[in-house]
Design a protein around this ligand. Structure first.
Ligand SMILES: CC(C)(COP(=O)(O)OP(=O)(O)OC[C@H]1O[C@@H](n2cnc3c(N)ncnc32)[C@H](O)[C@@H]1OP(=O)(O)O)[C@@H](O)C(=O)NCCC(=O)NCCS
Length: 192
């Protein structure tokens, strides 16, 4: 396991930890807990545990191939959160990455773990990867946009009707954060 990047209390953040069976299972568990029926929105179609394990496996395979980056929050040996930075295939899009699967175990949310994970990913994106910016999409109404705004992201557009739910299609917000300049100088954002 690589050395911890940051910590609060007994929580440590590790980039690219050894992906033991237990770590993989914990990540799939949190993936499921944060996306299964009822979370993050009541209206989401149900996801099976099998869906979540497959989604987590695909994301971890891209990390193992060396395409993407992963930070994991541990409390002792137990995984309590994770975040991925996902690269673009195109050579003309190597100066930015996507933030994906930002997740904290529900029982540990609002305790600063998500912020530690995101700040660790930001430092690496800025200093090691020298990225210009990070992009992500969020669902309205989950609280995630408020979380990202606190970390310098601004809403710069929306993707109409990209999420299909039993009660209708929903829009997503696109958010970006500048990594090499003051995030507040770059885009005022659409939601002022
Ligand atoms: C979004 C998420 C990663 C934040 O992680 P966290 O550890 O709970 O966040 P932190 O404790 O570091 O930061 C909390 C701050 O973020 C904002 N925030 C986080 N969750 C929020 C919510 N549900 N509603 C409103 N604001 C929220 C608030 O400003 C909050 O500060 P406060 O508790 O003082 O009000 C976590 O809640 C999560 O896993 N959610 C489910 C999955 C998800 O929606 N991921 C984002 C997909 S794009």
């Amino acid at each position: 396991m690589t050395s911890p990047l940051s910590e609060i209390g007994t929580v440590t953040i590790v980039r690219h930890p050894e992906l033991t069976e237990q770590v993989r299972a914990d990540i799939a568990d949190i993936w499921h807990a944060t996306t299964a029926n009822g979370t993050p929105l009541e209206e989401d179609p149900p996801r099976t545990k099998h869906d979540s394990v497959n989604a987590a496996d695909r994301a971890l395979a891209a990390v193992e191939r060396g395409d993407d980056h992963l930070w994991v929050a541990f409390d002792g040996p137990t995984v309590i959160g994770a975040v991925f930075l996902v690269a673009n295939a195109s050579r003309s899009e190597q100066h930015w990455m996507h933030v994906k699967a930002m997740m904290v175990r529900p029982s540990r949310q609002r305790g600063g773990v998500g912020s530690l994970l995101l700040e660790a990913a930001h430092r690496y994106a800025q200093v090691e990867l020298r990225l210009d910016r990070l992009l992500l999409t969020v669902r309205r109404g989950t609280g995630a946009a408020e979380f990202y705004e606190r970390h310098g992201y601004r809403v710069v557009g929306w993707l109409p009707r990209v999420t299909r739910t039993p009660s209708g299609d929903r829009d997503n917000w696109s958010m970006t954060r500048e990594m090499q300049s003051d995030p507040d100088d770059a885009y005022p954002g659409l939601l002022q």
